[in-house]
Design a protein around this ligand. Sequence first.
Ligand code: DAH
Length: 341
Amino acid sequence: MLDLLRILKDRAVKALHSVETSAELAQWQNTYLGRQDGELTKILRGLKDVPATERKTIGQRANEIKNELEEQAELRKKTIEERELISALIAERIDVTLPARTLNSGYMHPISQTIYEICGIFQKLGFHIIEGPEVETDYYNFQALNIPQDHPARDMQDTFWVEPGQILLRTQTSPNQIRIMEQTKPPVRAVVPGKVYRNEATDATHEAMFHQIEGLAVDSSTTMRDLRGALEAFARELFGPHTKTRFRPSYFPFTEPSAEVDVTCNVCGGKGCRVCKFSGWVEIGGSGMVHPQVLRNVQYDPAIYRGYAFGVGVERIAMMRYGINEIRLFSQNDLRFLRQF
Ligand code: DAH
């Protein structure tokens, strides 16, 4: 019987060498070490016919062989698992060198680009950049700016009311003059970019929503020459060194004196074209010296302080810079238009 065990062991070891996969290994374990029909179990079933004196030796030997085979099977298992892992890694390999799908990267809207550029120029001239609310009170949008309830100037700015007579969508960025002065002592130098709203019919040059940039400078010695100098420096920086500026007398309730600001048309260089309506000049905004009553409204003493203010239209400036003659293109979200900037 010891011979039988030895032969069995040799056969099992040999067979194990040709086992290549986990499935084959399970099969091998079943064949040689299986509890029910395994070869070893079969041999041990004959143990009852062996004389009692030999039984112990044979039993021990059978146990040893079983342990040895199990040990070798374990080693084989490790080798197989390693090999299977490697081939799985190779089979499931991801080729990271494939070129990625291209993503369309977005970029700034031409109006935002223009706002950033304008504010950047004023920043270099020493102005802070500040923002204010788009939903305003009647007080900030009109009254504090010297436009009382029954003032005819209100007719120029048809208003979207949130609560009639009290809360509105700001019609101009000028209310931020008041907000800034209420919160700061002079000297003040700030620009405020933002959206404004007017309840108007739209056409090629008018929209119900557009953008302005407000400017304000207050100090003890501020003059109209400073206003003119600042706007001239700004226009030259934005449109080029040959740009000229022109002030036309005008009226705004919150400035005195007031002026409308024109720059030479940079589409035609001042010769006259469709964009400047053949005048050679394009109006970019309003300006003036802050009205003494406005200063009093924010507890600034007009005997000590003077200031200048201006407000420019961003769409107008962008239209001139890019030679666009239809304002509504900016808000229509047509990529064929937007991709050109
Ligand atoms: N807020 C005025 C408007 O929308 C523009 C303006 C004019 C702003 C004169 C100013 C200014 O700061 O001084 O028509």
